[in-house]
Design a protein around this ligand. Structure first.
Ligand SMILES: [Zn+2]
Length: 381
């Protein structure tokens, strides 16, 4: 089991959203033109995508095919995890290689909420969670958090500001659950121990620490009855422990990526957005090294770009979402083995410098028509 009790987990930061979005109909020709400017050869590029299996990712896939003139190789696992074991086959399928990785999140323009997406093919075209995999993973953590929010109480007792904590939350030997940074919540005595003022049937009462009093303010303690700590239980006051079967790029890979950032994710304004963003950051960081080391990519031009797909919920009559891409980082490798990475601001600038017109765009309708009209090939058995 990974050591998830680390108190000093740095929050993932640096991901800008404002002024960083680009619609796919602009992103894709720009990406293609950037590749050409790097010496990639038209007609010899094998694009690949590492997207979630969600059908909402279909429009970006179509746009990749349209602009690169080839259906993209599939490098993706559910949740936007990169299947790095597929590098070898991808490398064999093209002279020059492109990989686009994106985690995704829905956006409902009516409610202006992230994480929701209208499923037009459901009976009543209802909205559901998107990314569904991320939603599924974070639900357990949200439940644990909600329990803690309701079962840590702030109140006055004999003129002192006190905090009453549920017994289960105080048990540090649990193999899974939300664990508190107890020193931040409860006053410690001279020997560094937290001694309860009162032992109740399902909880213990302590003197509140000056840290928590400063954080929540005096008024949080003055209710006529004990008040749940609620939203004042901020991400720096707890962490999670869970025994996740960790198989690289297996079913639990996404959860494994995110568990140490869960306090930050579930207390964020838009947890699904923050989760997708963090997953993109972790996947870029993890994947770029596997490309550097991949034998099949040696001597080849490779461009690997990571970002976030924002699936704007389709309105009635729209076949696809209006997906926007937020670039995060890129890795560029040349045939001589030299490589560099590009950070978000520089990457955005580089993409914006590219033309949005792509003379190599394929006409999908015409391509399908010519397949329909082509002379039949008899398969001999
Ligand atoms: Zn998904």
């Amino acid at each position: 089991m990974p050591d998830l009790a680390a108190n000093m987990v740095a929050a993932v930061g640096g991901f800008q959203i404002q002024n960083m979005m680009m619609r796919y109909n602009l992103f894709m020709p720009r990406l293609y033109n950037w590749c050409i400017s790097l010496g990639f050869e038209p007609g010899k590029i094998m694009p690949s995508r590492a997207f979630c299996s969600d059908e909402s990712q279909g429009y970006p896939v179509i746009m990749i095919a349209r602009h690169f003139g080839a259906f993209p190789f599939n490098h993706g696992r559910v949740g936007g995890i990169v299947a790095t074991s597929r590098h070898g086959p991808h490398a064999e399928h093209g002279q020059d290689l492109v990989i686009i990785q994106a985690s995704h999140v829905g956006y409902d323009p009516e409610s202006k909420l992230f994480g929701s997406y209208r499923r037009l093919q459901t009976t009543d075209q209802e909205c559901g969670p998107n990314c569904g995999k991320i939603h599924h993973v974070i639900t357990w953590y949200e439940n644990e958090y909600q329990f803690a929010q309701q079962n840590i109480l702030l109140h006055m007792h004999q003129g002192k500001k006190c905090i009453t904590i549920d017994n289960q939350l105080l048990r540090e030997d649990r193999s899974e659950g939300l664990l508190l940074h107890i020193n931040s919540l409860v006053e410690t005595n001279k020997s560094g121990q937290q001694v309860p003022i009162k032992i109740l049937s399902t909880a213990r009462m302590f003197t509140a620490s000056s840290e928590i009093i400063n954080l929540v303010g005096d008024e949080a303690f003055t209710g006529t009855k004990p008040q749940p700590i609620g939203a004042n239980l901020t991400g720096n006051l707890f962490y999670f422990r869970r025994d996740i079967l960790n198989i690289d790029e297996g079913e639990n890979h996404l959860e494994h990526n995110m568990i140490r950032y869960m306090p930050q994710i579930i207390t964020a304004r838009s947890p699904m957005l923050t989760a997708a963003q963090i997953n993109t950051q972790i996947e870029f960081d993890r994947t770029f090294r596997t490309i550097v080391k991949e034998h099949g990519y040696k001597g080849k031009k490779v461009l690997f770009i990571s970002g976030l797909n924002i699936d704007i919920s389709p309105e009635e009559g729209q076949l696809f979402p209006l997906t926007k891409f937020i670039p995060w980082a890129a890795y560029i490798q040349d045939r001589d083995g030299s490589y560099s990475t590009m950070e978000q601001a520089q990457l955005m600038q580089k993409l914006e410098q590219q033309s949005t017109s792509n003379p190599d765009t394929i006409d999908m309708e015409a391509a399908i028509q010519s397949m329909t009209e082509a002379k039949e090939v008899k398969i001999e058995i």
